[in-house]
Write a new protein. Structure first.
Length: 173
């Protein structure tokens, strides 16, 4: 049910035309690429999403086109991207009954990043932090689910959380 508005947007977008609903063009490097080619080109870009969602140490106002480069050939980043997505899918499947929050968080991330992922419909941005606000909730939910599923005593989990928050705060300062 939650995917219906997103699917409706794509149907309306196809009927009305990209010229009226688009924000200003296609991101550099994605011009004239089909859906499968864009998915392949965005696989290494998704590593930047993961970095921003899990460890947002270095932020930028815009990551197109000078900071990230579109590549349609096989690169090490494509292999690493496939491994990261494979590991996330494996974790969600492996612990779907014991820790369902991993799968819920991953699905939330995929659904909320899909409109700006340049796969179904190309956009003018390759990577932008402002497009990751909703997907970040999914990753936070998945990580919190893992933390809650640890069989450690509450005192050790709180200590681990305190260490992580202190390290993050020190890094931010």
């Amino acid at each position: 049910v939650a995917a219906l508005p997103i699917a409706g947007y794509y149907v309306i977008h196809a009927w009305v035309g990209a010229g009226i609903l688009s924000a200003g063009g296609t991101a550099s490097g994605l011009e004239r690429l089909g859906v499968a080619q864009r998915a392949w080109a965005m696989l290494p870009m998704s590593l930047e999403w993961w970095r921003l969602l899990v460890f947002p140490a270095h932020l930028s106002a815009d990551y197109s086109p000078g900071d990230v480069v579109v590549s349609t050939g096989l690169t090490p980043a494509h292999v690493v991207g496939a491994l990261v997505w494979g590991a996330a899918a494996w974790a969600a499947w492996r612990w779907r009954r014991a820790v369902p929050g991993i799968a819920i968080g991953l699905v939330w991330m995929i659904v909320t990043v899909s409109p700006v992922a340049n796969i179904v419909v190309p956009t003018e941005l390759l990577v932008a932090e402002r497009t990751l606000y909703l997907p970040s909730f999914g990753i936070a939910f998945a990580l919190a689910s893992v933390g809650m599923a640890l069989s450690w005593p509450a005192r050790r989990r709180i200590a681990l959380l305190a260490v992580i928050l202190t390290a993050g705060a020190a890094r931010s300062i």
